[in-house]
Design a protein around this ligand. Structure first.
Ligand code: SF4
Ligand code: SF4
Length: 506
């Protein structure tokens, strides 16, 4: 039995006590508001005036709970203090914290855990697109029914009330979100209700004027797709000539405007040799880089031959992982020498969940214990809760919203009767989040499958890293005819399955 499975068995015994303790201070006070959040601020040293009852509950119940919790989880208190009190995204962190506590109250603690509502929603805001990318998960470019501006506002009102806390982070994607004429007004409305707003774009419409408007409405992060270091590769994949130059200009405009900018590249058979050059470009510009996994959904399903073999994916993940480990090492050294560091460890990211396993192994090779806390990135200070956060977050930490309001576990799941959980304006979000069978299945790592092959047992179910990774469930769904629990055959540990599948396809 794996250690985390054992911990899960033990946790189920103490969960009734944990739930009862949190219930005591999960209080919405008429005078002071949410005591979960207020007690946390107070615990971290904010001078906050509370009524007598809130003060008592804070001191007698919340403080010892936080103290013991942070010791057990070995959480860096200075880091937490700076995230919850001292930086511009504190509102998003506080909402995330409240969702986590309410999630523990509702579902108990499990590894990985489930909050009372998602930390992030990716909203495919439109089916419209001006490119014709081979891998488009949305099969975008064809006009289909999507929400009106009023329905978009109504949706944002719903999101701002999720679990009585509200959504911490919303990302606009598509299609190409900038093609919707109401994009800026809807985003401005969103920013008043949701603290962290980002956009995923193909970059071709990021003129100086549009970038200024992004800044003006308060967009916090811009992710721009670049799938080749050359015009030929990028446009060959994205299907429209002239788009390379526009995208490069869009990146430049965002950097010039001082926006938090990230280059996103889907690594596949035809561009893998150019990934290092794209990463160099990001480094030169001082911006982030994220490697997107190739996932057979939408139009990508028609080009399965582009998917990387496990050893090819591994080589890319190791290259990105070495950069992350290097940043960790430098940050640690600088902190030892000077007592502080500004080096960010979350500059190189990947949406392949096995990136967590790769970084863990690379850091162990140099005698360290660095971890990426989810497949989205590496943050110093929360490494010890990597398995608690748990890699693939589909339907657990995150959920996807379609242009017509349909909810799916992840944008990389196809849209069908099985994957559409319900519509955000027709069904209660909290009810869907709690009671949908598909989401419950995605949240449980104990059901992942293992396979006996060549005298060895492989598969995500048998993997010691399944709690920090979990395999991409959309890839399981895409490769195994709608199964949620199969192996992620893009992982090096499941290479034998990949080879067997490749052989049977010949
Ligand atoms: S076998 Fe599955 S759970 Fe383990 S590292 Fe690979 S993809 Fe992740
Ligand atoms: S299924 Fe999980 S790992 Fe795959 S893309 Fe979605 S969130 Fe990421």
């Amino acid at each position: 039995m794996q250690l985390d499975s054992l911990e899960n068995a033990m946790l189920s015994a103490i969960n009734p006590i944990l739930k009862a303790i949190i219930e005591r201070f999960d209080v919405d006070c008429n005078q002071d508001g949410d005591l979960l959040v207020n007690s946390l601020k107070r615990f971290h040293g904010e001078d906050i005036q509370l009524c007598r009852n809130c003060r008592n509950l804070s001191r007698r119940i919340a403080d010892p709970f936080y103290e013991i919790g942070s010791r057990i989880l070995r959480i860096d208190k200075d880091f937490m203090r700076s995230m919850f009190l001292g930086q511009k995204y504190r509102e998003a962190w506080l909402k995330g914290f409240a969702l986590m506590m309410k999630g523990i109250r509702k579902y108990g603690i499990h590894i990985p855990f489930t909050p009372a509502g998602p930390f992030q929603i990716v909203w495919n805001f439109t089916y419209l697109c001006n490119l014709k990318c081979k891998h488009c998960y949305e099969d975008a470019g064809v006009r289909q029914s999507e929400f009106t501006t009023d329905q978009a506002y109504e949706t944002l009102d719903v999101l701002s009330r999720i679990a009585g806390v509200g959504l911490p982070s919303l990302s606009f994607s598509g299609g190409e979100p900038l093609l919707r004429k109401d994009f800026f007004e809807v985003t401005a409305y969103a920013k008043k209700r949701i603290p962290y707003i980002s956009i995923a774009t193909n970059g071709t419409l990021l003129t100086r004027d549009n970038v200024k408007q992004l800044k003006d409405v308060g967009v916090d992060y811009v992710e721009i797709s670049l799938d080749g270091a050359s015009k030929e590769t990028h446009e060959g994949f994205r299907g429209v000539s002239g788009c390379f130059k526009k995208t490069m200009k869009g990146i430049e405009n965002c950097v010039d405007a001082g926006l938090d900018t990230c280059i996103a590249a889907v690594a596949h058979r035809e561009n893998q040799g150019e990934i290092p050059i794209i990463m160099e470009l990001a480094e030169k510009l001082g911006i982030r880089f994220i490697n997107f996994n190739y996932i057979p959904t939408g139009r990508a399903k028609e080009h399965m031959e582009l998917d990387l073999a496990p050893e090819e994916r591994m080589s890319i993940l190791e290259m990105i992982g070495r950069k992350t480990v290097n940043l960790y090492t430098r940050a640690k050294q600088e902190e030892v020498e000077t007592g502080r560091t500004n080096i960010r460890t979350d500059q190189f990211l990947s949406t392949c969940p096995q990136y967590a396993s790769v970084v863990k192994n690379l850091s162990e090779q140099i005698g360290e214990d660095f971890k990426v806390s989810a497949h989205y990135g590496a943050k110093r200070g929360v490494e010890n809760i990597a398995s608690f956060l748990g890699g693939c977050g589909a339907g657990r930490l995150y959920i996807a919203l379609e242009p017509n309001g349909d909810l799916k576990p992840c944008v990389f799941f196809p849209t069908n009767r099985e994957t559409v959980l319900g519509n955000i304006l027709e069904e209660g979000f909290d009810e869907l989040w709690s009671n949908t069978r598909m989401l419950q299945e995605l949240r449980n790592r104990e059901h992942l499958e293992s396979y006996k092959l060549g005298g060895r047992t492989i598969g995500c179910g048998n993997c010691r890293d399944k709690y920090i990774c979990g395999g991409c469930r959309a890839r399981s769904y895409g490769y195994f005819d709608g199964t949620l629990t199969s192996a992620d055959i893009g992982c090096i540990k499941n290479e034998k399955l990949w080879k067997r599948m490749a052989k049977s396809a010949q």
